[in-house]
Write a protein of this length. Structure first.
Length: 267
């Protein structure tokens, strides 16, 4: 629970629910996730894997930056601005800055405000830093997770109870999904990563760690709870069977495993 009343009442209960749910708590993952790399070593050279992933990360950085600044358009930006109704001298927190679409719109509505731009994605943070050069008196870029928001605000000197509005546009952005090197989408092949800030926290489990280490029941629970997948048990069973033959390390591998379930049962 947040100890200080930073967030206006309409947002506080919703945010606290997310922070307390444990979604971002790595302690919920079984210890054996961290041993998954040992199994991968039996199939391929770690040196080759590291080299490939490093090259993919470097290639993705420029593409991510360009895509995030040009392609993402918030679909409800007018409604968000109307809801927040920014007024001169107010203070806002954009907790999911992304490519800054909402932040730009808010500043276009009222430029005489202070807006704290938070994101855990270093690429998004770089965009916030760049945008702050255009709005040096308005934007304060912050790199961190939801659970770190309070500490970051305190460090920035924000007094309790002074925020006039908080914005959360939850979920992956289209630019993250469109960058196959980050492993968020199953449409194009890439490393099965799915970490927002893996570079900052290299010990954080990847999606590959999860699908290769969790038992069938735990996998089904994740698919059912967070993906609302009605075939969760069936998919989890297929993943467990496939990984007994080879480690699942690529997005297209996972996609093929799931797709095969319906190919084999059609019509």
């Amino acid at each position: 629970m947040l100890r200080y009343p930073y967030f206006c009442r309409v947002y506080k209960e919703f945010l606290s629910c997310w922070l307390e749910s444990g979604i971002f708590n790595l302690g919920v993952w079984p210890k054996k996730i961290h041993d998954t790399a040992q199994r991968h070593n039996e199939y391929e050279s770690q040196e080759q894997t590291d080299q490939t992933e490093t090259q993919e990360i470097h290639r993705s950085q420029d593409r991510d930056f360009e895509a995030m600044t040009k392609l993402h358009i918030p679909v409800m930006v007018d409604e968000v601005v109307r809801c927040l109704a920014p007024q001169k001298g107010q203070i806002f927190l954009d907790m999911t800055f992304g490519s800054g679409g909402h932040t730009r719109a808010i500043l276009q509505k009222e430029s005489d405000i202070t807006l704290y731009a938070l994101d855990r994605d270093p690429t998004a943070y770089a965009i916030a830093e760049q945008l702050s050069e255009l709005y040096p008196k308005q934007i304060r870029a912050m790199l961190g997770q939801f659970s770190q928001a309070e500490a970051l605000l305190m460090k920035a000197g924000v007094q309790p109870g002074t925020l006039d509005g908080v914005l959360l546009d939850l979920g992956c952005s289209s630019m993250q999904l469109d960058a196959p090197e980050r492993g968020f989408s199953l449409r194009k092949d890439g490393p099965l990563d799915m970490r927002m800030d893996g570079g900052r926290y290299p010990d954080m489990p990847t999606a590959a760690d999860v699908v290769n280490a969790l038992d069938q029941q735990a996998l089904a629970s994740i698919l059912r709870t967070y993906g609302e997948e009605k075939h969760a048990k069936k998919i989890a069973s297929a993943i467990v069977q496939a990984r007994s033959l080879y480690p699942i390390s690529r997005t297209q591998q996972l996609a093929s495993i799931v797709a095969a379930l319906w190919i084999l049962t059609w019509p």
